[in-house]
Design a protein around this ligand. Structure first.
Ligand SMILES: [Zn+2]
Length: 115
């Protein structure tokens, strides 16, 4: 064995537990490992054609979606608050219409003053 390249915490009694319930002992740097699939339940070894559902993947995805929904709701409420705090949040179109109205009024006043 070459010196200085192997982990010092190597153990020959690492217990591997599969999601199917199968357990076996092997060597490793950890005391215990949790795996999703093993030789007892992998379709290659069992010979059956089935969809391999990795443990916790759907739950993880649903959790992610819930977090996303919560974040979206928070963002929406924040957006509502910012509009409320500004009291009169005018749209760009409203501002343009107001300015055009002011210009028209000025021009009419000038026209009246000239005549
Ligand atoms: Zn298994």
């Amino acid at each position: 064995m070459k010196q200085g390249i192997h982990p010092s915490n190597w153990q020959n009694d690492c217990v591997v537990t599969c999601s199917c319930g199968n357990t076996f002992v092997t060597g490793g740097t950890k005391k215990a490992m949790q795996v999703d699939i093993c030789n007892a339940c992998h379709p290659f070894f069992t010979g059956e054609m089935r969809f391999v559902d990795r443990q916790g993947r759907v739950d993880k995805f649903q959790k992610k979606m819930q977090l996303a929904a919560a974040a979206a709701a928070a963002a929406a409420s924040k957006a509502k608050k910012t509009i409320k705090t500004k009291a009169e949040a005018k749209s760009y179109k409203q501002i343009l219409v107001e300015q055009q109205g002011e210009l028209k009024a000025k021009k009419e006043a000038e026209a009246v003053a000239e005549n």
